[in-house]
Every structure is written in structure tokens, then in C-alpha cells.
Design a protein around this ligand. Structure first.
Ligand code: CU
Ligand code: ZN
Length: 196
């Protein structure tokens, strides 16, 4: 069907009108976004509840705290074999896979090699090892000067079945993932309703 010139003119006008209306709305919306950005504070306290993967008994709680420039991780993981266990922040807080594979590889925004936390080059998520005692309990307090809590909220925290050798690529040959949790924003200690 051939469209009349009047129809075409009307269509062009209404499109132009819509575009104008959008333009008028835009500055207001932009203002609201800027305001929200200013008001949302960066998180200071995080928590990861580590649950056993399939066939594992390892579980624990890790508290994360932003203190100045450094991120501190303090935690306790039980149900491990005695000795060292690789401990990393993995890219995704995706815990759908029962063996923890959906958490992806080590958090590595810079395309670095795997390494020890003290090495000149290592993944941002390389936290080295935690060490379990004869009862299979690891307690630790780690200071990570290169991380901020808001870089890692929503990502995965993983404990492995074996020691991270701190050099094998791409992930330190640390064996299966035995416990896995998602780093979330925690209630600040002074406001906590359910302290444990
Ligand atoms: Cu790992
Ligand atoms: Zn790594």
C-alpha cells in the first residue's frame, strides 16, 4: 500500500516529538543517577559462608574487612585434611556446579600468571594457602594490600583439597575445590542482628 504524503509527514512529526521528549527527560534522569552514585557507599564489611562441594565435609565462615587500603580476611574452615590448602578468590560467585567449577578460574583482571601472594606477578585472587591443624581446622588472618572489598563482592571464595604449590600454571595444582562461598556484603559488626 502506498502511503499518503500526509501520513508520512505525521509519522515524521511524531517520531521527532518522541525524540524531543526523550531529550527533555534525559537530564533529569542523569541527575538522579549521579545523586545515587554519590550516596551509595563502598562496602567495608563482607562475609563468605563456605559450603562443602559434593563429597566434601569442609565448611567455614570468612569475614572480610576493608581497613584503609588493605583488605583483611579472617576466618575458620573446618572439615579439612591436616596441612596446607590452596585458598583463592575465583572470578565468579556462581555456585551452581556441585563441584564448584562454575566459579571459574582465579580472579585475574590483569592477565597475570598464577603465583604466590608475595611474587611480583600473581593473580589478584591468589591468597596462597591456609593450613589446617590435626583436627582439620584452619584459622587464619590474611592482609591483602592489593584488593578492595568492592573488587571482590559477588565473586567466589574457594578452598582446595590440596596445597597450592604457588607456581604451577594456571592455578597452583591445588586439587579439587572442597569448599566454596560467595563474598557478600556483611552487616557491620555494630549493627549485626545474628552474630555468630
Ligand atoms: Cu582456587
Ligand atoms: Zn592464581
Amino acid at each position: 500500500m502506498k502511503k499518503s504524503p500526509l501520513f508520512v509527514a505525521l509519522a515524521v512529526c511524531s517520531l521527532a516529538g518522541m525524540a524531543l521528549a526523550q531529550e527533555r527527560e534525559a537530564p533529569q534522569r542523569k541527575g538522579a543517577e549521579t545523586k545515587l552514585k554519590e550516596e551509595v557507599k563502598l562496602p567495608k564489611h563482607g562475609v563468605a559462608v563456605l559450603r562443602p562441594t559434593r563429597g566434601s565435609d569442609a565448611r567455614g565462615i570468612v569475614l572480610l574487612e576493608q581497613r584503609g587500603d588493605a583488605l583483611h580476611l579472617r576466618g575458620r574452615v573446618a572439615g579439612l585434611s591436616p596441612g596446607k590448602h590452596g585458598f583463592h578468590i575465583h572470578e565468579f560467585g556462581d555456585i551452581r556446579d556441585p563441584e564448584g567449577e562454575s566459579a571459574g578460574g582465579h580472579f585475574d583482571p590483569r592477565g597475570h600468571k598464577h603465583g604466590a601472594p608475595g611474587d611480583p606477578e600473581h593473580h589478584a585472587g591468589d591468597l596462597g594457602n591456609i593450613e589446617a591443624n590435626e583436627q582439620g581446622v584452619a584459622e587464619f588472618n590474611i592482609e591483602v594490600p592489593w584488593l578492595k572489598l568492592h573488587y571482590v563482592v559477588g565473586r567466589g571464595l574457594v578452598v582446595h583439597g590440596e596445597a597450592d604449590d604457588l607456581q604451577s600454571q594456571p592455578s597452583g595444582d591445588a586439587g579439587p575445590r572442597v569448599a566454596l562461598g560467595v563474598i557478600g556484603i556483611a552487616q557491620p559488626p555494630e549493627k549485626r542482628q545474628t552474630a555468630r
